[in-house]
Design a binder for this molecule. Structure first.
Ligand code: SF4
Ligand code: SF4
Length: 172
């Protein structure tokens, strides 16, 4: 039968040096607290305080227009093909010759972005041959339902230029 040898507890240290070590630790902690107490906080009182976003912030998509109000998107679907998250659905259609919607033969009849899937990588913007797609500085996208995170073409399309709106022959 094996016996476990019991060791005696270590002798008590010098109480003065222990007290000095404790006080040093407390002083270090208080010093750190005081240092951060007088520095500018990194948190914001959102939504009253607004963050200053970097110039290249990637937020919500927008489908751009030309100066004359015509849509830049030609429904080529390259953005949907480039998307690693399969967040974009595009269905192109022939432009009606009497009232074209975009410059070119085709336009995006349906354009949908599923914001739940989007990882804001920007590949769709890079893939677009007509610079129709931009990731804007809109970041407040939180909502309560999955359905509200499906952004349709009507939601994504940029407003018409002001001058073009005033004397427009285009509907809307
Ligand atoms: S930003 Fe990236 S993930 Fe989002 S839709 Fe574009 S390609 Fe897809
Ligand atoms: S946004 Fe650009 S890449 Fe996507 S369908 Fe329109 S033109 Fe093509």
């Amino acid at each position: 039968m094996a016996f476990v040898e019991l060791k005696a507890p270590p002798p008590p240290g010098n109480p003065v040096s222990e007290a000095v070590a404790d006080l040093t630790a407390i002083a270090k902690g208080l010093g750190l607290t005081l240092r951060y107490f007088f520095t500018k906080p990194v948190t914001l009182q959102y939504p009253e305080e607004r963050p200053s976003l970097p110039a290249r912030h990637r937020g919500r998509h927008e489908l751009e227009r030309h100066e004359n109000g015509l849509e830049k998107c030609v429904g080529c679907e390259l953005c949907a093909l480039a998307c690693p998250a399969k967040a974009i659905f595009v269905q192109g259609a022939e432009n009606p010759p009497e009232a074209p919607i975009s410059i070119g033969e085709r336009y995006a009849e349906t354009y949908v972005v599923n914001m739940i899937r989007c990882i804001f990588c920007g590949f769709c913007v890079e893939a677009c041959p007509t610079e129709a797609l931009q990731l804007k500085r809109v970041f407040e996208l939180a909502d309560y339902s999955r359905e509200s995170m499906i952004f349709t073409k009507e939601m994504l399309l940029a407003p018409r230029p002001k001058r073009e709106r005033e004397d427009s022959w285009l509907p809307g």
